[in-house]
Design a binder for this molecule. Structure first.
Ligand code: C5P
Length: 400
């Protein structure tokens, strides 16, 4: 991991996991990065400013109204001079304040005043993590581009078991490096990637879905981020983990995906890898539909076409829009027609009747652009993502 020259403003909030922030400081420094730390009042009950200062080698800030600190470096400057703000651990309280825009101490004021990327690693009791209020706050923050590093599952200090443990410092370091985009060829560019299936409810327990695993879309999001792009991944329900170091928004339906994509604009690059359901149930039952002897009929209505909407000319059109075409026959012909119909720049067509493509680890595609079609050999979805990200980076004239 190379963080040479990178400045990280580390906000430590109050939680039993705060001790892991000390190890993180050491790891960041070992990778060449510099840490300036800010402690909330409650953090001081778990780690001391002295130990943080000794490890970071830099002055530790704790007080919003300190006359001496303000004269040396104002709080706005503190939040702007960093390359990234990392909140480790992020308590339920600080997440709630961030979501609401409350700024009643130095840490939350910095978080509101900053124009830099924020990565937060939440750690708390599993019930607090799963509380509706915290879930709503997670959604708000992810939508604003805050990178939330999901907590691990395991035994907790409070004696309970579940999600809420702070990830290991090595995992947090990797996410920080990823988020910093370590000055890759795509740094400075925003990208939106859709991934996974969508679930279209029929009643409270049933839904329409498809076999998409999200593997291809997630790998593309990670590959773009590793070349420095600032990626927002918008995904339907999948069982694979969020890629570290990028903002991931979880949605269920096509309508929610369309709204999240719209809210994430503007972006230079948009890649629609999601297998969006083309239709949803026209009417969703509020209660579970009971067997009544007669066979019920299901009336469908069309979902918004996210790719087509994104590709339509307008001030917010990403400069490079890429779609996928999952076909079962006449691949080249159908995909070429789809590219024209959707108005996207590139189209990756794959034959999903080949066993193991949909939901599997490998993919085999035809890349269709204005110049024509190019067959890529079968490779892992990860390698395909890397090749695609590199191809995008090589087309600078399309992006800037
Ligand atoms: O029309 P079809 O579903 O075959 O098109 C596939 C491409 O369009 C994929 O890139 C998919 O992500 C995108 N799509 C979309 N919104 C829809 C349907 C498909 O973005 N409602």
């Amino acid at each position: 991991m190379n963080l040479a020259g990178k400045k990280i403003l580390l906000i430590i909030s109050g939680g039993i996991a705060a001790y892991k922030a000390l190890e993180l400081i050491r790891l960041i420094q070992k990778s060449g990065g510099a840490v300036t730390a800010v402690l909330t009042d409650s953090a001081k009950h778990f780690v001391t400013p002295l130990s943080v200062q000794a490890l970071s080698g830099n002055k530790v800030f704790t007080d919003l109204f300190s006359l001496t600190d303000e004269s040396e470096m104002g709080h706005i400057e503190l939040s702007r001079s960093a390359d990234l703000i990392a909140v480790v651990p992020a308590s339920a309280n600080i997440l709630a304040k961030m979501a609401a825009g409350i700024c009643d101490d130095l840490a939350t004021t910095l978080l509101l005043a900053t124009d830099k990327r924020i990565l937060a690693a939440p750690a708390m009791n599993v019930r607090m993590w799963e509380h509706e209020a915290t879930v709503a706050n997670q959604k708000i923050l992810a939508q604003r581009g805050v990178i939330l590093l999901p907590p691990d599952e395991g035994p907790m200090a409070c004696g309970e078991f579940g999600y809420g443990r702070l990830p290991d410092p090595e995992v947090m370091l990797a996410a920080i490096a990823q988020a910093l985009g370590a000055a890759g060829p795509l740094s400075g560019l925003r990208a939106i990637v859709t991934s996974g299936p969508t679930h279209e409810p029929i009643d409270p327990v049933r839904y329409l879905a498809n076999r998409s695993s999200g593997r291809q879309g997630h790998a593309i999001a990670a590959a773009l981020a590793s070349l420095g792009a600032r990626v927002t991944l918008i995904t339907g329900p999948v069982t694979i983990p969020d890629p570290p170091g990028l903002a991931t928004i979880h949605i269920e339906t096509a309508a929610e995906m369309a709204a999240a994509v719209n809210a994430a604009l503007p972006a230079a690059i948009a890649i629609c890898a999601a297998a969006v359901a083309d239709w949803r149930a026209q009417n969703t039952a509020d209660q579970k539909i009971k067997k009544s002897g007669a066979t019920p009929s299901l009336t469908l209505t069309e979902n918004p076409d996210i790719l087509k909407t994104l590709s339509a000319p307008g001030p917010n059109r990403p400069r490079l829009v890429i779609g996928f075409a999952a076909e079962t026959e006449n691949l080249l012909e159908n995909a070429t027609a789809k590219r024209a119909r959707k108005n996207c720049d590139w189209l990756l067509a794959n034959n999903v009747s080949t066993p193991g493509i949909m939901g599997g680890a490998d993919n085999e595609i035809l890349l269709i652009t204005a110049e024509g079609a190019e067959a890529w050999p079968k490779m892992s979805k990860k390698d395909l993502a890397k090749k695609l990200a590199e191809r995008i980076a090589s087309k600078k004239e399309l992006l800037f």
